[in-house]
Design a protein around this ligand. Structure first.
Ligand code: GDP
Length: 299
């Protein structure tokens, strides 16, 4: 929590502080409500959720007669409701019947997939789980090398193929090795070429099918760069249409002033943000905690 606060204090905190200053005004006139709305939209919360939040705040400040001294508590409660603390954010990493659980990691190039695979592996290894990584982003030699480096760093095997190999065959081999070794979890990094939806659907569909011949896909994580705003939302939608996303990893939250994207993307896809990336280092991945997040927003 402390770390999240520190990381977000400079950027995200501005959103909460701005909102709080507006909401604590003695007179909440139309101009003030408009400024509140603008502040929320600028933070990428999205049109629907912004409207909803403003309506709720109006009701509570006006009808219920909350005063400036209660503004912080009201804002905290309503932001928390918007982030939806009831969502199950636990990572599903365990298989069944002696087979490993498979975590498929998808997203556009540059979003932070490979880094996230490395960081998740590190967390699982720290929990004494045995992990195998699959480098199925075979179209970029750099991605395979990068994952291999993470594997060495974390101390787990990385299954790879020559450049240009069919991603599905690498995924197949990785799960096969995981199953034969009795690994707990296999994490598969995928290619994020978004040249066209049909191609992506074919590729990810095939990867998923070959995995499922051997072990259950327990989690499909969509990695999204928090700094990409609306563009990121469009990409998120495409991925969610081609594969059943079960959780979102929002990366680069450390470099974004737009924490509102958490709300927008959850609403858009109807799946929880499960992890957040807070930097490039191996320890810079944290489970998403809605209470801590809202507290960080409020600075
Ligand atoms: P991929 O193409 O989706 O596999 O993306 P990479 O894992 O190669 O990451 C792209 C860049 O983003 C790299 O320079 C990473 O170090 C950086 N990156 C990944 N996650 C984070 C994060 O949470 N915060 C910051 N600041 N940088 C990140």
């Amino acid at each position: 929590l402390q770390r999240l606060r520190q990381r977000l204090a400079g950027s995200q905190g501005a959103l909460g502080r701005g909102l709080l200053a507006l909401l604590s005004r003695d007179r909440l006139d139309e101009d003030t409500w408009e400024s509140i709305e603008d502040t929320l939209l600028t933070a990428d919360i999205g049109v629907g959720p912004t409207q909803e939040l403003v309506d709720r705040l109006r009701t509570r400040m006006r009808v219920d007669g909350a005063d400036a001294s209660q503004a912080r508590e009201v804002l905290r409660e309503e932001l928390l409701a918007l982030v939806d603390p009831s969502m199950d954010r636990r990572l599903q990493v365990s298989g069944e019947d002696g087979r490993p659980g498979v975590v498929l990691v998808v997203g556009v190039n540059g979003a932070g997939k490979t880094t996230t695979v490395g960081k998740i592996a590190r967390i699982l290894v720290a929990e004494d789980r045995s992990v195998v990584l699959g480098a199925a982003d075979t179209f970029r030699a750099a991605a395979v090398e990068q994952l291999a480096t993470w594997g060495e760093r974390v101390g787990v095997d990385v299954v790879r193929g020559p450049e240009g190999t069919d991603p599905a065959s690498v995924a197949f081999e990785a799960v096969k090795q995981g199953a034969s070794e009795g690994a707990d979890t296999v994490i598969v990094d995928t290619a994020g070429r978004l040249q066209n939806k049909a191609g992506l659907m074919d590729e990810l569909g095939k990867v998923k099918r070959v995995i499922e011949k051997q072990a259950p896909v327990t989690e499909v994580l969509l990695v999204l760069d928090a700094t990409t705003g609306q563009n990121g939302m469009i990409q998120a939608r495409v991925f969610s249409e081609v594969v059943d996303v079960t959780g979102i990893v929002l990366t680069k939250l450390d470099g974004s002033a737009k924490g509102g994207i958490v709300v927008a993307v959850q609403r858009e896809l109807g799946v929880p943000v499960k992890l957040v990336g807070l930097g490039e280092g191996p320890d810079d991945l944290a489970p998403f905690d809605s209470g801590a997040f809202v507290d960080a927003l409020l600075g």
